[in-house]
Design a protein around this ligand. Structure first.
Ligand code: MG
Length: 368
């Protein structure tokens, strides 16, 4: 008999008896539960367009036949979703009508059809359903998808826009990370980069959050950033400036990644030629199922892939992390930025995304 192992990446032993039996036509039905929660951020978080100290989330659970899967919606204000909009959306989801929780195609298509937006609310259902199915199969999703859990990337760690002293202090605190991410797009861009470089030579990824407006100025900045050891730039110009973005991507010395400009699967063919790659986030794209498809499609088009997040608990971060062996860059520091996480799951160990070998998305609810 195979012995169990605590090391992610090893084979999780298959059960000697069939996994939780499906009761076709029987009594078991899925039940969806949810509650609002507010994440407290460790530092004031400032990007090109806003500052904040909390992030609203909604925690979800789907129970089936005595097994519970966990999910989460995270709603940073710029996404346009709130506690109220997510609770309202979830009140319209009826999972009790499905006999078989494995019918992901039908269930998630129906949920997507409830409204045109609400991508975070949809992700909260998608993640809990994936977690439930992994638990019913007694396998983690990296195994179900066929990925090598040891091939996870290092995650970047975000240094927000701040004063020179604070940037220097945050950079020193981030010594364990192998990639730093900086938020640019203000008149302090060069100061922030120079300040980080006064502390460390760690590679930097830069996120402009649509903060630059002129393509020629942006191109000069890209050349300067490359000299400073920046390795990739997210959303340098507003997403509406498609022609300018394509012009910049053609000439850029650094990979240009679309974030605000690429939300869902259907956006990817249009993004080819406009960006070198895409930033996939579960909260933008309705969850794990579509995120997986986005990565496969982007790869087939020869595009680069980044896996990003919002400020989230270890629940949504763990869900995303099962896709991380497939990506070029991971930005999965969301749970590290909060002080009131409610899950243990994927961890960051010496800067590397480190998956748990628990089934499903690999999370365990903390007692808080
Ligand atoms: Mg971004």
């Amino acid at each position: 008999m195979l012995a169990g192992s605590a090391v992610a990446g090893s084979l999780v032993p298959l059960p000697t008896v069939a996994a939780a039996p499906l009761r076709r036509g029987g009594r078991a039905r899925m039940t969806l539960r949810y509650r609002p929660y507010t994440l407290e951020l460790r530092h004031v978080f400032t990007i090109a367009t806003s500052s904040r100290t909390t992030t609203p989330v909604v925690l979800t659970e789907i129970e089936y036949d005595g097994v519970t899967g966990y999910g989460e919606a995270s709603m940073p204000p710029y996404l346009g979703e709130s506690h109220a909009s997510v609770l309202d959306f979830l009140s319209r989801v009826d999972l009790s009508k499905y006999e078989n929780p494995f019918e992901l195609e039908t269930i998630l298509r129906d949920i997507d059809a409830i409204s045109t937006g609400n991508t975070a609310a949809k992700a909260a259902v998608d993640i809990a359903l994936h977690d439930l199915l992994g638990r019913l199969m007694r396998q983690p999703w990296y195994n179900i998808w066929g990925f090598d859990a040891r091939k996870t990337p290092h995650t970047s760690f975000t240094i927000g826009i701040d004063t020179q002293d604070v940037v220097r202090q945050k950079t020193r605190e981030a010594a364990e990370y192998k990639v730093l991410k900086v938020k640019l797009g203000r008149d302090t861009d060069q100061m922030i980069i120079e300040t980080i470089r006064s502390v460390t030579n760690t590679p930097i990824t830069a996120d402009v959050n649509q903060g630059w407006k002129d393509r020629a100025v942006a191109l000069d900045m890209l050349h300067w950033l490359k000299e400073k050891g920046v390795v990739m730039v997210e959303q340098p110009l507003p997403k509406e400036q498609v022609d300018d973005l394509a012009w910049l991507t053609e000439r850029s010395p650094l990979p240009i990644i679309g974030d605000e400009g690429v939300q869902r699967l259907a956006d990817i063919p249009k993004a080819k030629g406009v960006y070198h790659g895409i930033n996939v986030k579960l909260m933008k794209c309705t969850g794990m199922r579509e995120a997986h498809r986005m990565i496969v499609l982007a790869r087939s088009l020869g595009m680069k892939v980044m896996l990003g997040c919002m400020t989230e608990t270890s629940c949504a971060i763990s869900a995303a992390s099962h896709l991380s062996p497939m990506v070029d860059w991971a930005d999965l520091d969301g749970a590290l930025l909060i002080s009131n996480d409610v899950f243990d799951g994927t961890r960051v160990v010496n800067g590397k995304v480190t998956l748990s070998d628990r089934p499903g998305i690999g999370v365990q609810k903390l007692k808080v």
